[in-house]
Design a protein around this ligand. Sequence first.
Ligand code: ZN
Length: 295
Amino acid sequence: MTLWKSRIEKKKVLILDGAWGTELFNRDLKPPQVPDAWNIERPEEVLAVALSYVNAGADIILTNTFGGSPLKLAKSGLERKTAEINRLGAEISKKAARDRALVFGSIGPTGEFVAPLGKATEVEMVKGFAEQAKALAAGGVDGIVIETMMDLTEAKAALRAVRENTSLPAAVTMTFNKAGHSYATLMGVRPEQAATELERAGANMVGANCGAGMDILIEVARLMRPATGLPIWCKPNAGLPELVDGNTVYRETPEQMSSKLAALVEAGATMVGGCCGSTPTHIHALVLERDKLAA
Ligand SMILES: [Zn+2]
């Protein structure tokens, strides 16, 4: 049995890590510099974020490689560093995790759209994601998470790249928002449709991350649960983003977030962490709450 499956068997609910972007910006990362570049330039800061989540008790932490596909890195002229950025990202998180946590390599969207909506081709996307996936595997990750996806074509291209170039388990999660009385990604993908199609495409875990807080992800998990037999991975933001003096803030406290863990698990989630605005303190609160529920 693979590592992640035996950990679920033992703990029932696994706690994932929290936000990386907001944590790195708190450590003085300044736009337009991209977080991924810090794997080369400021590895000690990246290691500190990884360690903060391991110390908070996360069962699985990710890598600082969310923007590490060559199509995305090309926007900052870093596409030639794809292999280095991803391998180092994996190595840094593995160094922090040692045998205390598993490491899943993060693959985020390219920022491009597949034709006819955009200029990118599916072949080009698979090729780019393959380069990223191979480097993450070379760095020693235990799995891959393809996250914050809006478009099924892109999500499936990333999944195909992982399948064809590694033997790693893969989670695929999309970003849903409330649309009237239902939920959909910006590209119109519904939660139940994502769960069905991504399972069929070979995902080992499906789910949702970012865009919304606990309350909305509880509804999204409830819609996904009957559509798939796979474990459901949920990383809500620390509430809905609010704009204050030109800055985006997330107000949900660790206590507020963890108080909703039972409802999220009841709705069908097996793996729970945090996305934007969540901190090691949020993750630690989720760990304590999970242990309380299990007792
Ligand atoms: Zn997020």
